[in-house]
Design a protein around this ligand. Structure first.
Ligand code: FAD
Length: 445
């Protein structure tokens, strides 16, 4: 008998199911395999999450790390490498890891999710065999990616873009390398291997596609003509091995992320600009962050509201920081400021201020935090820079330190250190940090 029903069979679903099982919970996975092929980069941080989750099949599929070269703002820089995978194969390897861990998986399509008169949801499921079944789920983790049905309007959304990807043979043979290149109509990510196989994905405004009457091959070819360095690296003898494929892109934070019986995790909660190349990392880290939330919902239901608040606030603050980081990255490209793509992407995002924070002003506030595998409420320091709060500096619990000072404890770091069973140097650094935030108002500081 399962206690969490996980929808989807992508990285968020698989890594969540593995993490839940590791923490003694019993997930059931309901999902269909990815239907469209796509070539994507896997960052080192995803590799670490795969290791932590014991995903030996997915790790085996990665092969050697590729070199990564960025040609941005006319500067060519070699960066940390990445791994390159075909996503259908990668997701299938992850599924084998899930099955190897003994987790129950039902393959098929989720047709609908409906509320029940009693707590929980009714999931209408069509098995791969065509058989239809309605399952009752007490707690749903929706990991169906960006196509997971919306239950409310998006809370925040960025610009709509389109990606066109195409694979080729006949590239100049060279060590496995991926490239990022900015050009007047957008940016491109490409990879080439020693057998001369290459893949080039361009990210452009939807208008560019419209200007080619929706002809994906023609639009992709026009972008290839605009690229400078990448075709020089790949050689000019590229032969397409299939048609260009389009994928829509829009960074968006969904309206409702955490309800008592329905949580959104991974791209189902928010999507990022693929410029970061971290979509899978976001999915993996959101899955890991959801474990204490689910643990709390199942085992400490009296703290459910706090757990839901944690998941929701985490999604919103991470989404905001990714929007900001993408904007800053686009702004570092200064060569085509007047071109439509760059004019749009370098405009500062107008995000309403996050609730409960005042820009530039730090203060103590109670916030949900993770402690011993559960979500609990603790006093932390929140500011515009740290909207979810800072709890520890050098291992010193800032809330406890503040309480001690308010209670009139001796102000010397050595005395406080005795109270907190912590080294005086760590206490001194925490006091110094509070002072820098203008949060030391007590006599003697
Ligand atoms: C153009 C583009 C390029 C990208 N490049 C990169 C990159 O290089 N590196 C990177 O890390 N990220 C990249 N990303 C982002 C990355 O693809 C996603 O962030 C990541 O796949 C999210 O994982 P997920 O598990 O949340 O969702 P998904 O990977 O979308 O998985 C969703 C799962 O749910 C299943 N599903 C959907 N609907 C149903 C249903 N009704 N019933 C049953 N199952 C269902 C799907 O089959 C799939 O298995 C890119 C994204 C785009 C758009």
């Amino acid at each position: 008998m399962s206690d969490v029903t996980v929808l989807g069979l992508g990285p968020a679903a698989c890594l969540l199911a593995l993490a839940l099982a590791r923490h003694g919970m019993r997930p059931l996975l309901l999902g269909s395999r990815r239907s469209r092929p796509a070539v994507e980069g896997v960052s080192q941080r995803v590799v670490e999450a795969l290791r932590q989750s014991g995903c030996s099949n997915a790790l085996d599929l990665l092969g050697p790390r590729w070199q990564r070269v960025s040609c941005w703002n006319a500067q060519e820089v070699e960066m940390n490498g990445e791994f390159v995978v075909e996503r259908s194969a990668f997701d299938q390897a992850l599924l084998r890891d899930v099955q190897a861990a003994g987790i129950e998986v039902k393959e098929g399509l989720v047709r609908s999710v409906d509320p029940l008169p009693e707590p929980g949801r009714a999931v209408a499921f069509e098995h791969a065999s065509g058989r239809r079944q309605t399952l009752r789920a007490a707690l749903l983790a929706d990991c169906r990616g960006h196509t997971a049905p919306k239950t409310a309007a998006d809370r925040l959304a960025g610009h709509t873009l389109v990606s066109l990807g195409r694979s080729f043979d006949g590239a100049r043979a060279q060590p496995r390398t991926t490239f990022i290149e900015s050009f007047e109509a957008g940016w491109a990510w490409g990879g080439v291997d020693p057998a001369g196989r290459a893949h080039v994905q361009v990210v452009v405004l939807p208008e560019l596609l419209a200007a080619h009457d929706g002809d994906l091959d023609a639009a992709h070819a026009a972008c290839m003509q605009m690229l400078g360095r990448l075709p020089r690296r790949f050689g000019r003898a590229l032969q397409p091995t299939g048609p260009a494929r389009a994928r829509g892109i829009q960074p968006a934070l969904r309206g409702v992320i955490a309800e008592a019986d329905w949580l959104r995790i991974g791209d189902a909660a928010y999507t990022c600009d693929p410029l970061s190349g971290h979509g899978m990392f976001e999915a993996a880290s959101a899955a890991i962050a959801a474990v204490p939330v689910i643990n709390t919902l199942l085992r400490r239901p009296q703290s459910s509201a706090l757990a839901l608040r944690y998941l929701d606030e985490r999604a919103e603050s991470v989404f905001r920081s990714r929007i900001e980081a993408a904007h800053q990255h686009y702004a570092t490209e200064t060569h085509w400021r007047d071109e439509a793509f760059w004019a749009r992407m370098t405009r500062a995002p107008s995000l309403p201020a996050l609730q409960g924070t005042r820009p530039g002003r730090a203060s103590f506030a109670s916030r949900p935090v993770v402690e011993d595998g559960y979500i609990v409420e603790r006093r932390v320091v929140v500011s515009g820079e740290h909207p979810r709060g800072v709890r520890f500096i050098d291992g010193i619990d800032l809330g406890r330190l503040d309480e001690l000072l308010h209670a009139g404890a001796p102000a010397a770091p050595a005395d406080i250190g005795q109270h907190l069973q912590a080294p005086p140097e760590a206490v001194a650094r925490a006091l110094h940090w509070l002072q820098a935030q203008s949060l030391l108002t007590h006599a003697g500081h």
